[in-house]
Design a protein around this ligand. Structure first.
Ligand code: AMP
Length: 170
């Protein structure tokens, strides 16, 4: 299936110069939705994950059904102040300023292999922060899975040296 042809590109969103990759057009198409989850399953299962961690919020959309297919659990990595129990926190740099991601301290069994999922990797800052969070729980990052990768931004160079899967590249 030509997944790329089903991704809507929106120029100058959310600001001038950004070509926004809109995955709602994948989600609306049942064949494309099923295909994208199925491809993540096929390409990530050799990482032998014990758990999936999805990054808020589009990482939840792809990560939860993937975890279900792999018959493993799912943990949300969330923006600041959303998770109710004790959290680990990692701050990371944005183009202007900083942001932070949080993960429940008891999200995984210690030593678990965790597969990190998001819809898109751009500069890699978000996924690298997610990996740091996983490591703070005493677990191992088994790999990363993305629907979309923006190759020019070389985001995967920021990630730990583990397998990285992306279904569509720009
Ligand atoms: P980064 O930390 O630069 O790798 O950015 C990744 C995060 O920002 C992901 O959660 C993406 O959903 C979002 N993102 C960055 N660039 C785009 C883009 N061009 N289109 C859609 N989402 C993007």
């Amino acid at each position: 299936m030509d997944l790329k042809s089903l991704i809507r590109e929106v120029p100058d969103f959310p600001k001038p110069g950004i070509s926004y990759k809109d995955i709602t057009t994948i989600l609306a198409n049942p064949q494309a939705l099923s295909y994208s989850i199925g491809q993540l399953e096929v390409q990530c299962k050799d990482m032998q994950p014990d758990h999936v961690a999805g990054i808020e919020s589009r990482g939840f959309i792809f990560g939860t059904p993937l975890a279900d297919r792999l018959k493993i659990g799912f943990a949300p990595i969330r923006k600041s102040g959303k998770l109710p129990s004790a959290v680990h926190i990692v701050k990371y740099d944005l183009e202007y300023g900083t942001d932070q991601l949080e993960l429940h301290q008891d999200a995984f069994m210690s030593g678990s292999r965790v597969l990190v999922i998001d819809d898109l990797i751009a500069t890699g800052g978000t996924a690298a922060a997610a990996a740091e969070l996983v490591e703070k729980t005493g677990c191992v990052v088994a790999g990363f899975g993305f629907v979309i990768e923006l190759l020019d931004l070389k985001g995967r160079e920021k990630l730990p040296d583990v397998p990285v899967v992306s279904l569509v590249q720009y």
